[in-house]
Write a protein of this length. Structure first.
Length: 336
């Protein structure tokens, strides 16, 4: 504090500052005062380290504890769906595959009966995609209008077991169904998916004329995988220096199940031997991704706002068709 006399008398002010400095020096020579001051400085330094751009790290939400970077095998033994001898047949498209009739020896859709490119008289539904043994197997027609629509045709239903490259193995079902007038929803075949693991099937419905010629065709592909997840999550590198803070990471699916996942992920940091969730302000599109066996999803994020330390990326996955088959993986990395 400076008194009123010091404001008008420079000599008095100089003398007061000298006395004040002597008092401070005497205080610092006292052990207890010196220890308190050094402790306060150390506390301030620690607080500065723990409180970065995202606040006090010790106040972040707790992470998920111990997590693996891999579940099952990254290269499982055995081939999915009996691929050919070279073992490198591409996994077939289970959903939107316009080439499926030609690939499996069926006639192309004509639009005469089944809806196709604005033509046709009936909607339809065939079991397809990932299925479990014992699931419902069905072929359904949908008629429109109050009085429905007349077909008056035989429809041949076939279920054929196939290899991964869609070559025919055996005919599991070959049945003729007579269809008259279709009003609303009409289930023309019901059955169950056969037992077996990592099996491919085609389910087909062919409308026949009076001579047995095919007038129109619909085909679906069914995959029945073993209920196992083999997947891994890894960053491009284990360490990143200050000049490179773009962290790239890959989720790989080794099969046999098809993996379902979102675009979202979380980042955790090890703080005092405990994982804490970094409160990053990241936006993710709400879409579902499907990873076929042998496929991988690659993503990246900018970690330039994070300080040095040990981190990990967290991803949740689920096996398509198996609501109870899930996993959470973590890929660790270090920022220097």
């Amino acid at each position: 504090m400076v008194c009123a006399a010091e404001l008008f008398d420079p000599a008095a002010r100089l003398e007061g500052e000298t006395i004040f400095r002597k008092d401070v020096q005497q205080m610092l020579t006292r052990p207890l005062v010196r220890m308190c001051i050094f402790s306060l400085v150390a506390l301030m330094m620690l607080s500065g380290c723990a409180a970065g751009a995202y606040g006090d790290e010790r106040g972040w939400s707790r992470g998920m504890g111990i997590l693996p970077s891999q579940i099952g095998s990254a290269d499982p033994s055995g081939d999915v769906g009996d691929p050919p001898d070279d073992g490198h047949a591409p996994f077939p498209n289970l959903w939107m595959n316009d080439r499926l009739p030609a690939q499996t020896g069926f006639a192309e859709p004509t639009g005469k009966w089944f809806f196709e490119n604005g033509q046709g008289r009936f909607g339809y539904g065939l079991t397809g995609g990932v299925q479990r043994p014992g699931n419902e197997l069905a072929v359904t027609l949908f008629g429109h209008g109050e009085s429905g629509a007349a077909m008056e045709r035989d429809v041949r239903i076939r279920l054929i077991a196939r290899t991964r490259d869609l070559a025919e193995k055996s005919v599991m079902l070959d049945e003729i169904v007579r269809v008259g007038t279709v009003s609303g929803e009409l289930r023309i075949y019901e059955g169950t998916v056969p037992e077996g693991n990592n099996a491919f099937y085609t389910l087909s419905a062919e409308v026949l004329d009076e001579r047995g010629n095919v007038e129109d065709t619909r085909v679906s592909l069914i995959y029945v995988p073993e209920a196992v997840i083999n997947a891994s999550l890894a960053t491009e590198r284990p360490r990143y220096d200050k000049g490179d803070r773009i962290v790239r990471f890959t989720l790989a699916n080794a099969g046999p199940t098809v993996l379902m996942l979102g675009t979202e992920f979380t980042v955790e940091k090890r703080v005092d031997d405990e994982w804490r969730v970094v409160p990053l302000d990241l936006a993710f599109p709400s879409i579902a991704l499907y990873l076929l066996p042998g496929e991988a999803d690659e993503r990246s994020f900018d970690a330039s706002g994070l300080g040095p330390g040990s981190y990990r990326i967290i991803k949740s996955i689920r096996a398509d068709g198996f609501d109870d088959l899930t996993a959470v993986l973590a890929a660790e990395f270090v920022l220097d």
